[in-house]
Design a protein around this ligand. Sequence first.
Ligand SMILES: [Zn+2]
Ligand SMILES: [Zn+2]
Length: 304
Amino acid sequence: MKAVSLEKQSPIEELPLNLSEFPVPEPKAEEVLVKVEACGVCRTDLHIVEGDLPLRASPTIPGHQIVGTVAEAGAGVTRFTVGERVGIAWLHHTCSECFHCRRGEENLCSEARFTGWDVPGGFAEFTTVPETFAYALPSTIPAPTAAPLLCAGIIGYRTLRRAGVEPGRPAAIWGYGAAGHIALQLLKYWECPTLVFTRTRRHQEEAKALGAEWVGTADQIPPFLPHSAAAFFPNGSLVPRALELLEPGGILALGGIHLSEIPSLNYDKHLYRERTLTSVTNATRRDGEDFLLLGPGDPDSNPG
Ligand SMILES: [Zn+2]
Ligand SMILES: [Zn+2]
């Protein structure tokens, strides 16, 4: 099979990725072999290619927003049959036995292994995944449309969930990129009046067109304070401002992997009145399943 692989990390301008031939992987017990239809490109792929994250395998086949069909089922596979549409996300597998795994918090497992970093990913014609970490996807949605939902979408959803989003309650999105623009659509679906804080005019216009109640920059005063704020910025200096602009009891969830230093906080200004600051580490399979199942009239669409 053909695959795009990385042996030596370097700036993307130096073209570190190579298209070459690899053997088609064989699915182990309880794994499926997936014929890739589409794979999204995520900022994390760039972090791996350029060396912001260490290389964990050489060669590495990046890519963790994979849509494909089951081409072969390994021994003992019961969830999927050949020809079914599946999605593969960043979390490739975990230990399944530790305290966190047993509680459904496998995103916190210290043995977690990641698609396109620890194990070969989706910039290839075929890849494998444990069946319990594959997502069932409808065959009706075009693969390039579904692919970004598997990272930006799931992370956006988990960030909103961590921020305690409730249908109809005011919310905010800080930083409008891949995850932010999907999170905004979810908030609109839940009828949450939403503020979007973003610097660029183009993103402000896009957010307005997608249903933001108000768009502006961090130094502006919004018309209301959100209960839930989901932050997708890499700039830690914005954290005090985002806390300051929460309503009493509000929650700020930081959805990014990388954050620059957070300046010192003032208790009264930033935290008192029971405001909460929390982070997001990857996502659980439940997040992915709940998010991908969302649809109009879905009785389980409550984010809680
Ligand atoms: Zn990603
Ligand atoms: Zn575990």
